[in-house]
Design a protein around this ligand. Structure first.
Ligand code: GTP
Length: 161
């Protein structure tokens, strides 16, 4: 079986850990325990008949002026950039953040995910998407288990490229 290192990055509290918990254990908690450093979980996925062991790195939240240490990106095959649809500060500077991550990681594509879909109406999400300076690949809710598997499937596909 092939193993692939994949990464979740984004600001504090956007729901990176929650997305991983939902995907790996099908669990959700309202508690917020900030990640310190990095936590790695794994899950085996099947894509077009190929089994892939995803080693999912949950990287502690970053602020706008901070850089994710370059070492986290070593050997990473794909990355999700997660922001919080309900908190503007998590997507205001998204273009620069995603560019920075591309540079640090050497990855040409980063999958962009807006999480906490359950906190907004469909209309609000549509309006918001137009104000964001880069295309949003997936809108998820870790809480309601909405599109979470699809987001990780994109990640798994990217990791094979
Ligand atoms: P750091 O480890 O600090 O970087 O945070 P994180 O990005 O891992 O966020 P985490 O998963 O810890 O979630 C932060 C808070 O948001 C928690 O209270 C979660 O319960 C909540 N949360 C996460 N995902 C969702 C969601 O889809 N909807 C709602 N309503 N709340 C969510």
């Amino acid at each position: 079986m092939i193993a692939k290192k994949v990464l979740l990055v984004g600001n504090f509290g956007v729901g990176k850990t929650s997305l991983i918990r939902r995907f790996v254990f099908n669990e959700f908690s309202e508690d917020y325990i900030s990640t310190i450093g990095v936590r790695v979980s794994s899950k085996i996925v099947r894509l077009d008949g190929v089994q892939i062991k995803l080693l999912i790195w949950d990287v502690a939240g970053i602020k706008d002026d901070e850089k994710v240490p370059k070492a986290y990106f070593l050997g990473a095959s794909a990355a999700l950039y997660v922001f919080d649809l309900s908190r503007e500060e998590t997507y205001l500077n998204i273009k620069n953040q995603v560019e920075m991550i591309k540079e640090l990681s050497g990855l040409s594509t980063i999958t962009v995910v807006g999480n906490k879909k359950d906190l907004l109406t469909a209309d609000e999400i549509n309006i918001l998407k137009k104000t964001i300076e880069i295309p949003v690949d997936m809108i998820t809710s870790a809480k309601e288990n909405d599109q979470v598997e699809d987001a990780f499937n994109i990640l798994a596909k990217q990791s094979l490229k």
